[in-house]
Design a binder for this molecule. Structure first.
Ligand code: NAP
Length: 290
């Protein structure tokens, strides 16, 4: 129920039409008996600064950020959390007194999605495909979890590295100089060698799998029994990569868990109390099936 006391939080993105966050966060506020409202705001990049400063006069508690604002917002903030600084991207702004503080809950959201599936990344080899903002958050969080090594799949074409992998590798090396890190080329002609190893966590951090007909982000024939395969894509809930892994008896982890837990972490940043995770999970599942 919206009253004169209702506080507003929301999402700044461009576009925001397909977001599931309002369903998840509003269900959480209702369950917690809080007079809060979560709204999507389609903020064009040209007015991002004004939108961010409006958090003060509108008395908002904070906002989430999505594409394309996660990095460009940083100059408009007063302070960054340790995670946001390391990752170089912000997905949650907290209004803390007279300051705007940037946080990044993607990595912790992914880690919690592993934990709730009884997966401890400690001792695992990680193969990461994709080098965008989400990959960076996941990679920097996993690098703190005692993993044995990380292999980044590098896209190349005609002998040239393309994409953001080099930048991701540079950030990882700067923050975690002791991490065993290698880059493996997946060229447009050659593909990957076999990577047999029992304890492996393969992560798709590219958008491949969202659209029908997308190529696989990783050749399914190279996935081994005993691996764990996680996808950051949450729509569809089971991507073709996860389906292929499940067919081979491999444990799979959908991107919905990360979506849920990064949202729960944002709720906790704003509200300073535990998020009603089960309520949020149900609301997400209902929104996803619509
Ligand atoms: P992004 O910053 O645009 O990065 C996408 C990455 O995928 C880039 O490294 C890009 O390569 C790579 N890529 C794109 N098309 C590719 C292709 N055809 N082959 C190989 N690599 C390709 O996006 P993002 O924010 O990191 O998000 C990535 C995915 O994660 C999206 O599907 C998003 O929905 C999902 N996500 C999920 C959650 C969650 O809570 N579950 C949270 C955040 C994001 P280049 O470097 O060449 O551009």
């Amino acid at each position: 129920m919206i009253t004169g006391h209702t506080k507003v939080v929301g999402l700044f993105g461009h576009p925001v039409d397909h977001t599931l966050s309002p369903a998840m966060q509003n269900a959480a506020f209702q369950a917690a008996g809080l007079s809060y409202c979560y709204l999507p705001f389609d903020v064009h990049p040209s007015v991002l600064k004004e939108a961010v400063r409006s958090i003060f006069p509108l008395g908002m508690k904070g906002v989430n950020l999505t594409i394309p604002h996660k990095q460009t917002v940083i100059p408009f903030l007063d302070r960054l959390s340790h995670d946001a600084e390391r990752i170089g991207a912000v997905n949650t702004i907290e209004r803390s007194g007279t300051l705007l503080v940037g946080h990044n809950t993607d990595g912790i959201g992914f880690l919690k999605s592993l934990h709730e599936q009884q997966v401890d990344p400690g001792g695992l080899r990680v193969i990461l495909v994709g080098a965008g903002g989400a990959a960076l958050g996941v990679a920097l969080t996993l690098a703190q979890q005692n993993i044995t090594e990380m292999i980044l799949i590098v896209r190349t074409t005609e002998g040239r590295t393309i994409g953001g992998t080099t930048q991701l590798a540079a950030r990882l090396t700067a923050w975690f100089p002791m991490l065993r890190l290698s880059l493996l080329e997946m060229t447009d002609r050659i593909g990957l060698p076999h990577l047999p190893h029992f304890k492996t966590l393969l992560i798709n951090a590219t958008p491949l799998g969202m659209r029908e007909g997308d190529p696989f982000p990783f050749p399914p024939s190279l996935m081994e029994t005993g691996w764990i395969v996680a996808d950051l894509v949450y729509r569809p809930f089971e991507t073709p990569l996860l389906r292929e892994a499940a067919k081979r008896g491999i444990k799979t982890i959908s991107g919905m868990g990360m979506l849920l837990h990064q949202g729960a972490a944002a709720f906790e940043i704003w509200i300073k109390e535990n998020a009603p995770v089960d309520v949020m999970r149900k609301a997400l599942a209902a929104a996803l099936s619509e």
